[in-house]
Design a protein around this ligand. Structure first.
Ligand SMILES: [Zn+2]
Length: 503
């Protein structure tokens, strides 16, 4: 990936503001470059036009050809396969029309395209080298850097460090403003359930930073494509202020044996669970704690105590452990905590409208206080948290199947957005207190609509911009500011809470 590193270095060294210390400056640098591109290619074309003649070399004619590049036609979010052969080997993008073609030899699809369409500039989507066809010579010109950057954005540790301090807007090629990190994701067909999970993960600092800074040459296609998408979502110099997750979605479909498709609505919790476990495995994680960025971010540990109960006793009649009976105790790691909602009573007010019940988050969290019991067919169980993760994922169980029809419990869960104390649910608060027992809300995934009516439902996510201290609601391509007080009025389904550092 020398070409890419080289690009980054140039961007850093040549910015006219001198030292580039944060993402703001990086935007400046790239914008400045883009302006220069237009000037350079215009003047270049005049020079090349005047000087073009027999035996014109790379330096002479490339200016003319670079002027034919149409940046607004370029979209590198789709699977890198030849539009004719569908092969993924040795694929080039035509920088004039944006289409992908295989090869550049005299019998290749790119070569034919250059002759038939008079489109002459191509970038190799793997090496990021740019060639003029059909002559087949390489062009190295710093005016191409912004294209290489959009194809594969790279960040320095200092730029990543500055992401949550930078509140400046960027502008895309149409001069449309966007906030890096808070951009919409296309819903290709029915992938809003995947989009909300991606938006959550790219806002969890340790996960985001890891995927932005590491290179994954020896890792799975899933890891590589997720890393690229994370960097595109935070790109301060994007051509378009939105990203299509298409390339990652294709790989998710392949890697999950089509369990998760972009054409059929799915369950974001099931997807999140599969995705975290697959990323963990593909990053070389083992059963040990902290063996991947996934485990070191999300994994906690529970103690589960259980006692068998006589199957003849009526359900619900046993609510506490019998001190005379044996207790089985196991420790179990977790990546998320499931929270049950009480059955929703169907109250009606005078106008016969349904009254939607509300319950505080702390009430459903009491499941983990080490005292409250849960009854299964033959066992009574109680749960206590032994180790808290830095990022806790809550799964609020709203959905159940009744006669094969999906039903949703509409109960609203109320919560403070900041400073949720987990002290009551931890078996050894003294020990955990050293790391912090208080959490702030980081992400809230909500569900809308009736699950029994396919096509009527949608998932949205609430996320906070740290520098602006502003909450946003993102639903596929729609990104809008939202009042923090509105967040708990929706039907939360998945939440991520961030441990407050004690510093
Ligand atoms: Zn073309």
């Amino acid at each position: 990936m020398d070409a890419v590193d080289d690009t980054t270095d140039k961007r850093t060294n040549e910015g006219d503001e001198g030292s580039i210390s944060d993402a703001d400056e990086a935007v400046h640098s790239v914008r400045y470059k883009r302006k220069k591109v237009n000037e350079a290619s215009t003047s270049g074309s005049v020079a090349a036009g005047a000087g073009a003649g027999a035996g014109a070399g790379a330096g002479r004619t490339s200016g003319l050809y670079l002027d034919t590049i149409q940046r607004f036609m370029l979209d590198f979010d789709f699977e890198k396969v030849c539009s004719v052969s569908l092969s993924n080997l040795n694929v080039y993008a035509c920088l004039v029309c944006g289409k992908y073609f295989q090869g550049r030899g005299p019998t290749s699809h790119a070569y034919f395209h250059s002759l038939h369409e008079n489109h002459h500039v191509y970038i190799n989507l793997n090496t990021l080298k740019v060639y003029v066809l059909p002559d087949s010579y390489e062009v190295t010109d710093s005016s191409l850097d912004d294209i290489k950057y959009v194809l594969d954005p790279r960040f320095t540790p200092a730029q990543v460090e500055a992401l949550d301090k930078n509140s400046r807007q960027s502008f895309d090629l149409n001069r449309k403003p966007y906030l890096p990190g808070f951009i919409g994701l296309n819903n290709v067909k029915a992938n809003d359930y995947v989009n909300v999970v991606i938006q959550v993960l790219v806002h969890i600092p340790p996960v985001r930073n890891f995927f932005m800074l590491q290179t994954f040459d020896d890792k799975s296609e899933l890891v590589k494509r997720f890393g690229t998408l994370v960097r595109k979502i935070w790109n301060p110099a994007a051509f378009k202020g939105q990203v299509s997750p298409h390339e990652l979605l294709q790989e998710i479909s392949n890697a999950s044996n089509r369990q998760f498709k972009l054409t059929k609505q799915g369950d974001p919790l099931a997807f999140l669970s599969w995705f975290l476990n697959t990323l963990h495995r593909d990053l070389g994680g083992s059963k040990k704690k902290n063996s991947s960025i996934i485990y070191s971010t999300f994994q906690g540990e529970l103690s589960i105590e259980s006692q068998s109960i006589d199957t003849n006793t009526p359900k619900g009649s046993v609510v506490s452990f019998d001190p005379n009976n044996a207790v089985t105790k196991i420790k179990s790691p977790f990546l998320f905590l499931a929270l049950e909602l009480p059955p929703a009573p169907l109250f009606h007010d005078e106008q016969e409208r349904n009254i939607i019940p509300q319950i505080p988050l702390t009430a459903i969290l009491s499941k983990y206080d080490g005292k409250t019991t849960q009854e299964t067919a033959s066992e009574l169980k109680r749960f206590h948290i032994i180790r808290l993760p830095n990022y806790i994922i809550f799964h609020i169980k709203r959905f159940s199947k009744n006669n094969f029809v999906e039903e949703k419990n509409p109960t609203i869960v109320t919560f403070p957005i900041k400073n949720l104390s987990m002290a009551e649910y931890v078996s050894d608060p003294e020990k955990e207190n050293a790391l912090g027992l208080h959490y702030d809300l980081l992400a809230n995934v909500t569900h809308e609509g009736d699950p029994a009516t396919p096509g009527s439902t949608s998932y949205k996510v609430h996320l906070q911009h740290r520098a602006k201290e502003q909450w946003y609601q993102i639903q596929d391509l729609f990104v809008e500011e939202i009042n923090a007080q509105m967040i708990f009025l929706s039907e939360s389904y998945i939440q991520v809470w961030e441990r407050k550092s004690k510093a």
